[in-house]
Design a protein around this ligand. Sequence first.
Ligand code: AQP
Length: 390
Amino acid sequence: MGECAAARENVNPILPTGVREIIFPGALHQPIEDIMAEFQKLVFSGVQPTGNLHLGNYLGAIRKFVALQKDNDCIYCVVDEHALTAQLVHEDLRGQTRAIAAAYIASGIDPKKHIVFNQSAVAGHAELAWIFNCVARIGWMERMTQFKDKAGGKNAEQVSLGLLAYPSLMAADILLYRATHVPVGDDQKQHLELTRDIAQKFNIDFSANIRKEGYGIDIKVGDEPVHAYFPMVEPLIDGPAPRVMSLRDGTKKMSKSDPSDLSRINLMDDAETISKKIRKAKTDPDGLPSEPEGLKGRPEADNLGGIYAAVPDKTQPDWLGELGGAQFSVFKPALIELAVSVLAPITEEMRRLPGDTSHIDAILRDGGERANARAEKTMKEVRDIIGFLR
Ligand code: AQP
C-alpha cells in the first residue's frame, strides 16, 4: 500500500502543529486518545547498562517507573543490546546488567507483579528492530539529536551502524509489547516521536494485511481508513526533573558515560561522596534569585535549584520562593542533606540484596520468560502481517 494522500501533501501528523518536528508526513485526524483507548494500557521503559545509575536516571525515569506500577501493568527492561551502540566491548556487561536490575529492585520495582528482564533474553527485540529498520527512513535517524551528539563530528568509519539505528531498536523494544505509555527523561522525547512515526508508517503500509489477517483496529489517517496494529505511544516525560544537568557543566546532561565522575551523583554514592561532589559542583558568584528571570544564563544555579526542588516534587516558583537570596554556601549543605536522604534508602536496600548473583539472575530469567511469551504473540502476528512463510 502506498502513502496516504495527506502524506503526499506533506502535512503534519500526530501532534498539533508546532509541537514537534515533522518527520513522517502522515495525517492522523482521529484524536489519539480515542485510538489509544482501543489498546490495552501497558507501561514499558528501559535503562542501558552503560555505567553507574545517577540521580538524573533516578529522578527522570526510575522514580516514575516505581510510581506507575501501582495502577498499571508494567514491563521494565535492562536494554543490554543498546549498550553496544556507542561502545562495542564492555569490561563487565553481565555485571552492569545485574547492577541496573538490582537498582530497579532496590528503588521499589516489584518484579513479581510486573516484569523485569534484560533485552537480549528476548529475541523478538532484535527481530522487530530489523523490520523497523526497513520501515524507517535513514533521514529520520540522521536527524536524531542524540545521534548527532554521540557521533560528535566523527566520520562514518568511526561510529557504528547500531548507533544510527538505535531509535529503531528502541521502537521495537516498546512496540514488541504494543506498550501504550513510556516513562522517560526529556532526552528521549525525540526517540519516542520517532517510535510513533515508525508505528504509523507500519500501520499505513500494512493496513490491508493487518485487516486481512484479522488483527488491529480501524482508525482514520487523513481521509483514508487505516487498520492499525501498533499504538501511538504516549511519552510520560513531565515531572520536576525531566533533564538533570551535569554538576560540572550546567549545559550538559548528567550522563553515565561522562568521563568525569564528579559530573554526576551515582545512586550508589555514599554520603561523603555526595557531599564532596555537591561542594565541588560548579556555581557562579551570585546567590540564588527569587524570580525565574534571575536564572537566565545561569544553567548551574538553575540545575542545582531544580534538583533541590525535584526531590520533594516542587515547582520552580515554589523553590525560588523558598531559596531566593540564599548564597550557595548556605544552599549546598541543604542540597547535600536532601540528596543523601533520597539516595540512602536505595543504597541500603542494594546492600540488603543477596550478594550472590543467583538472586538477580533468577528475577531476570523469570521476567525474560514472561516477556518472551508476550513478545512471541506480537511477533507471530507481525510475521503473518508481513507475509513471512511459517
Ligand atoms: N540527566 C538526565 N535527567 C533526566 N533523565 C535522564 N535520563 C538519562 N539521563 C537523564 C533518563 O534515564 C533513562 C535511562 O537512560 P539510558 O540509560 O537508557 O540512556 P541515556 O538517556 O543515554 O542516559 P545516560 O545516563 O546519558 O547514559 P549514557 O551515558 O550511556 O548515554 C531514560 O529514560 C533517560 O531519559
